[in-house]
Ligand binder design. Structure first.
Ligand code: AMP
Length: 176
């Protein structure tokens, strides 16, 4: 991967200290999205990595994953499927719970979103602990889909989220 693009895009990520709580550095992608060239470059760069992989659908968890995920799907000529918090999807759902540092969280996908044999790319803006991405992959597999790749714009390497995704091809662009 060219260092230039990584540095260029990293320059568009804003670090916000103590958000949403003390001690967290939030990696804010809104300056990147606002810059037309960076937005387009990100989408095309990621899509290029998967172009020959016969992706049918891009699946992203809410909410920031939707923005780039949908654009990547469009660029690949693939469909887009949202994964959401409980109570947000209108039709029948499949659910997955996963552990957080304290407590549990749950995400859902429409039951008919993916079917056996579908090739799926999972995309989220940031991988932290990897719990959300792992649960998203599990939902896709529960419905019979194949996770062809798992992609993030930003990887927080200290949190070792990648270790939860050893069964998958994981690709990230900016590492902290
Ligand atoms: P994870 O711990 O990998 O399950 O991350 C949970 C969700 O929170 C992901 O969708 C990330 O996009 C988001 N997230 C976690 N940590 C950060 C952070 N430091 N900055 C921005 N987003 C984050």
């Amino acid at each position: 991967m060219s260092l230039e693009i990584r540095d260029r895009l990293a320059g568009k990520i804003r670090d916000v200290e103590d958000f949403p709580k003390k001690g967290i550095i939030f990696r804010d992608i809104t300056p990147l999205l606002k810059d037309a060239n960076s937005f387009r470059e990100t989408v095309v760069f990621i899509a290029d990595y998967y172009r020959d992989k016969d992706i049918n659908f891009v699946v992203s968890p809410e909410a920031r994953g939707f923005i780039l995920g949908a654009a990547i799907a469009y660029e690949l000529g693939a469909g887009f499927i949202p994964v959401r918090k409980p109570g947000k999807l209108p039709y029948e759902v499949e659910s997955m719970t996963y552990s957080l540092e304290y407590g549990k969280d749950e995400i859902q996908i429409h039951k008919d979103a993916v079917k056996k044999g579908d090739n799926v790319l999972v995309f989220d803006d940031v991988i932290a602990t990897g719990g959300t991405a792992k649960a998203t992959c599990s939902l896709i597999e529960k419905l019979g889909g194949k996770v062809v790749g798992v992609c993030f714009l930003i990887e927080l390497t200290d949190l070792k989220g990648r270790d939860k995704l050893t069964d998958y091809d994981v690709f990230s662009i900016i590492k902290y």
